[in-house]
Design a protein around this ligand. Structure first.
Ligand SMILES: NC(=O)c1ccc[n+]([C@@H]2O[C@H](COP(=O)([O-])OP(=O)(O)OC[C@H]3O[C@@H](n4cnc5c(N)ncnc54)[C@H](O)[C@@H]3O)[C@@H](O)[C@H]2O)c1
Length: 331
């Protein structure tokens, strides 16, 4: 198992690490009660976490939500607070999330606001959540007016990113996460980019060792960025991470002044989408002799759907990314 430190968070990587969550909670936090928030698609992973918590002596209460972005709301948060009260949770208890970015964002928000904050552990189960949403301490819920308009900065005590937990993830969700990984590699780590090029088939076939490697390396990039600029400097990233000058998202991706998506990017953080819009074209240039892709779809993550809706026209159409076409086959 590999580990990184980010602020007060211990980030643990490694296949099968999920079984150690109970032990980690005991070591890092203590207490006797635990609350586990998950969604119906992640029940199997939640069971592993629940068993490890029980083995570590915790009395566990679990709540499973219907999956989907709609649940990331104040009304869901409002239904959870009374459940926490009824389960006797107090500030000596542990709050855990087991799920994708919707669950880590919502759970983080509830954990940070109930009794002014409970110790939190994330077990992210999508690639996007393992390399991005669970890292950095941003929590949030949506309002009818837009995404992530209410939230907090709240660092978890631990994050368990276990590549084996991606085995049941739908392919389109895996690809959404890969978009984030490629974006980070293009901006910050050429050797990771070459690793991705070399191992595309294995990654798409979910070789757990390869997934473990890209999760670790991408999460390390995120952790570096957050370490320097935890709260995004009021909207723009730290100059150190912005060699190109202008505005950028938290990974350091530049957002051109004249981008028709700029307003959407500013609201959303633009994760993945900038890469899909511009970055892949660079990959395409490297492989001009390969068969062109007719259309490079955006990932199906909600933020990307949001971006597509807010953009004018179809900006994800691409001209010839052979390698990217393999990652994102046309549809
Ligand atoms: N806080 C941040 O810094 C940050 C960063 C990026 C994205 N986000 C947020 O993350 C959310 C998107 O996250 P996401 O892409 O993980 O989507 P998600 O949480 O909606 O998960 C996608 C789907 O995959 C299912 N799923 C999750 N893990 C699974 C598994 N192991 N096996 C089978 N099914 C599984 C979920 O039930 C859901 O249906 C958005 O709300 C976005 O705003 C937050």
């Amino acid at each position: 198992m590999r580990e990184l430190r980010l602020k007060e968070a211990q980030i643990c990587f490694g296949r099968n690490s999920t079984r150690q969550v109970g032990h980690a909670a005991r070591e890092l936090i203590g207490g006797s009660r635990a609350f586990l928030l998950t969604d119906n698609h992640c029940e199997k992973i939640a069971r592993t976490v629940r068993n490890s918590l029980r083995d570590a002596g915790y009395r566990v209460t679990q709540k499973s939500l219907t999956p989907g972005e709609k649940k990331k709301s104040l009304s869901t948060a409002n239904t959870l607070y009374p459940v926490l009260l009824a389960a006797g949770l107090d500030r000596s208890s542990v709050f855990l999330t087991v799920g994708g970015g919707v669950i880590t964002d919502l759970g983080g928000f509830v954990a940070s606001t109930y009794m002014r904050g409970l110790p939190l552990i994330h077990v992210p189960t999508t690639l996007l959540a393992q390399v991005d949403a669970a890292i950095g301490g941003k929590t949030g819920v949506n309002l009818p007016h837009g995404k992530n308009l209410v939230g907090t900065f709240y660092q978890p005590k631990a994050i368990y990113a276990d590549a084996d937990n991606l085995s049941t993830l739908p392919q389109k969700e895996l690809i959404g996460g890969i978009a984030e990984v490629v974006k980070c590699a293009m901006i910050r780590d050429a050797s990771l980019f070459h690793f991705l090029e070399k191992n595309t088939d294995g990654i798409l076939n979910r070789d757990s060792s390869l997934l473990d490697e890209i999760i670790y390396r991408t999460a390390s990039i995120k952790a570096d960025v957050v370490e320097v600029d935890e709260k995004e400097g009021g909207g723009a990233c730290h100059p150190q991470l912005r060699p190109h000058g202008g505005a950028c998202n938290r990974s350091g991706a530049p957002i051109p002044e004249n981008s028709s998506r700029r307003s959407g990017l500013d609201r959303d953080g633009g994760r993945g989408t900038y890469f899909l819009d511009h970055g892949v074209r660079q990959v395409g240039r490297r492989r001009e002799t390969e068969k062109p892709a007719s259309r490079l779809p955006a990932s199906d993550t909600d933020h990307t759907r949001f971006m597509e809706k807010s953009a004018e026209g179809d900006h994800v159409r691409q001209e010839g990314p052979g390698w990217a076409a393999k990652v994102c086959p046309s549809r």
